[in-house]
Design a protein. Structure first.
Length: 212
């Protein structure tokens, strides 16, 4: 998932950047509204976290422009704490509103909720969304085939359990599959090339499991 954090407080920007990176997000940062929009138009941003009081263009103005152009979630950060301010932010398209000061881990939870990341699963540095079938490694999105995704999902659901080739054939290709059973090995090899060699372990003569 790609998150854009825009705030002219450099210490705040660095803190949030570090927290979100540790959670597996790809993070873009901006120190003013114009810079935030430049990044928005040149990158695929899933969530924008915007400080209300920024130079050049404030967070509300940036939020309105973002919402006009493409589907994106926007969270407004502000030291303004009146009910009227919250009403203005939400009326202008913001999906959530957080007052400063705040606890970074709570902000990350709010961000994940906005992105519906409750369906996100993780194996080491690989995360994937069960509902959208999107996959990321260290924050960078990967392109998996339907079969590769199903293999990843099944290994996630059966962590540390050894799955035989026949079990994987039944779970993914169905019990009526009559092709070459070694197709499992081929698809696992291709999956490893994308997600890394250290996630799926081979148990010779037995089957495969995750290394967790």
């Amino acid at each position: 998932m790609n998150v854009l954090i825009a705030d002219d407080e450099l210490d705040m920007l660095r803190i949030l950047q570090n927290y979100f990176k540790k959670e597996g997000f790809t993070v873009f940062t901006a120190t003013n509204g114009s810079e935030a929009l430049d990044i928005f138009y040149n990158e695929k941003i899933d969530l924008a976290i915007l400080d209300w009081m920024m130079p050049e263009k404030d967070g509300i103005t940036v939020c309105r422009e973002m919402k006009k152009n493409q589907k994106i979630k926007v969270l407004i950060l502000t030291a303004r704490d009146t009910g009227e301010d919250e009403f203005i932010a939400l009326s202008d398209g913001a999906d959530d509103y957080v007052n400063k000061p705040f606890y970074p881990k709570v902000l990350i939870m709010r961000a994940k909720k906005l992105l519906q990341m409750e369906s996100i699963q993780r194996i080491k540095d690989v995360s994937f969304d069960i509902s959208s079938k999107r996959v990321w490694k260290s924050g960078e999105e990967l392109i998996l085939t339907k079969t590769e995704f199903e293999l990843l999902r099944i290994f996630s659901q059966n962590r540390r359990q050894i799955l035989t080739r026949d079990q994987l054939l039944d779970l993914i290709w169905g019990m009526d599959y009559e092709g070459d059973p070694r197709t499992v090995d081929t698809h696992i090899r291709r999956l490893r090339e994308k997600i890394g060699e250290d996630i799926i372990q081979t148990h010779r003569g037995v089957g495969y499991s995750t290394r967790e």
